[in-house]
Design a protein around this ligand. Structure first.
Ligand code: PLP
Length: 388
């Protein structure tokens, strides 16, 4: 059976050219970038070349890029690093209820360490109102963290406006841009961020590698102490193959970013149009226009997301009910609840996220299969009192 992968927000297949670029650094070019000899210099050169490529993709300078073990570490570093470096100024942090767990759980940790967290409201599309940010800033505020685009519903936040407000108030501003970097245009100066998180495996790079953008002059406390790697900002021998892969993924993404986004938006629109036509009692989650080009998040009344997912999987279609990170828990998505969905609506949601291997045939296949699955599940649904 042909398998159709529609879960690119969870992870993406590593681009063949990325794999090709990485391979030598496992084999012949295995040197430690801190070594003085030629093996070391070869590895050092590759790491610094990758740093330039990542910086270029987001309009940064290469010395503002710190390599990490992924998006989670970048988020941890940004939040803990900025919080602990600014304890003398205050202990107040502003964030949103729809952040990734890599931000929310860090906020809970910081709360236990004496920080005060304000979680801003979001509207029914998941949008933060910049005026709310302005309203809750105090002279004790040390950090604002608002994601660039949401990984579950695809809503793109008004990061630029929030950045302007943060800058006027002299407060550090972090954005988790894991879902946007490599997919839509991201420029750190336009967004007015001081800190920005990147993950390789969300844009056809390898897993276990990412980066934190740190604007020049931004004070952070290190998470990892040890050797003098990454200019003493992140100790540990560099993940050279991973970093090279991240650099290659950044280079490739930069080449096709606008074109590919348009193509994915057409696939998305095809799927959305077809679902509206073929299944009744559905609603789409996230903002109708301010959204990622590849994301469809749909609530289907009277059925369970997990049941739809398993049935789709039997047909070779791999989608998700929301965040891959919470697929093991039975809790409804914290994002959908924050948007105001009832728990049973949140439970009946599916997320399709398109990527570079998908074609229109994949959207067509979903439209062939899903209506039948929904009809069968509804026929036996205890949530549906009237037989249909
Ligand atoms: C995937 C993801 C992360 C975590 O990145 P990892 O590299 O998997 O640790 C953080 N934030 C968002 C929005 C994500 O989608």
């Amino acid at each position: 059976m042909r398998r159709i992968y529609l879960d690119h927000a969870a992870t993406t297949p590593t681009h063949p050219e990325v794999v090709k670029a990485m391979l030598p650094f496992f084999v012949d070019a295995f040197g430690n970038p801190s070594s003085i000899h030629s093996y070391g210099q070869e590895a050092r050169g590759a790491v610094e070349e990758a740093r330039i490529k990542v910086a270029e993709l987001i309009g940064a300078r290469s010395e503002e890029i710190i390599f990490t073990s992924g998006g989670t570490e970048a988020d941890n570093y940004a939040l803990k690093g900025a919080a602990f470096a600014n304890e003398h100024k205050g202990n107040h942090i502003i964030t949103t209820p729809i952040e990734h767990h890599a931000v929310l759980e860090v906020c809970k940790f910081l709360e236990r360490s004496g920080f005060k967290i304000t979680c801003l409201p979001v509207d029914k599309y998941g949008l933060v109102d910049p005026d709310d940010v302005k309203r809750v800033i105090t002279d004790r505020t040390v950090l604002i963290s608002v994601m660039h685009a949401n990984n579950e519903v695809g809503t793109i936040e008004p990061v630029e406006e929030i950045g302007r407000i943060a800058r006027e108030a002299g407060v550090y501003f972090h954005s988790d841009a894991v879902q946007t970097v490599g997919h839509i245009r991201v420029n750190v100066d336009e967004l007015k961020v001081d800190l920005l998180s990147i993950s390789g495996h969300k844009f056809y790079g390898p897993k276990g590698v990412g980066a934190l953008y740190v604007r020049k002059g931004t004070k952070l406390v290190s998470l990892m102490h040890g050797g003098e790697h990454e200019k003493r900002r992140r100790a540990g021998t560099e993940n050279v193959p991973g970093i090279v892969g991240l650099g290659k993924a950044a280079e490739l993404a930069g080449q096709e970013i606008g074109k590919e986004a348009e193509r994915l938006a057409r696939l998305r629109d095809h799927l959305v149009g077809g679902l509206v036509e073929k299944i009744d009692h559905i609603r789409f989650n996230g903002h109708p226009t301010r959204r990622l080009p590849n994301n469809v998040n749909v609530s289907v009344d009277f059925v369970e997301g997990e049941s739809m997912l398993l049935n789709l999987d039997l047909e070779g279609i791999c989608a998700s009910t929301g965040s891959a990170c919470s697929s093991a828990s039975l809790e409804p998505s914290h994002v959908l609840l924050a948007l105001g969905l009832a728990p049973e609506q949140a439970h009946g949601s599916l997320r399709f996220t398109f990527g570079r291997e998908n074609t229109e045939a994949d959207a067509v296949r979903v439209l062939e299969v899903l209506p039948g699955i929904v009809a069968r599940l509804r026929a036996m649904s205890p949530l549906l009192k009237t037989p249909r």
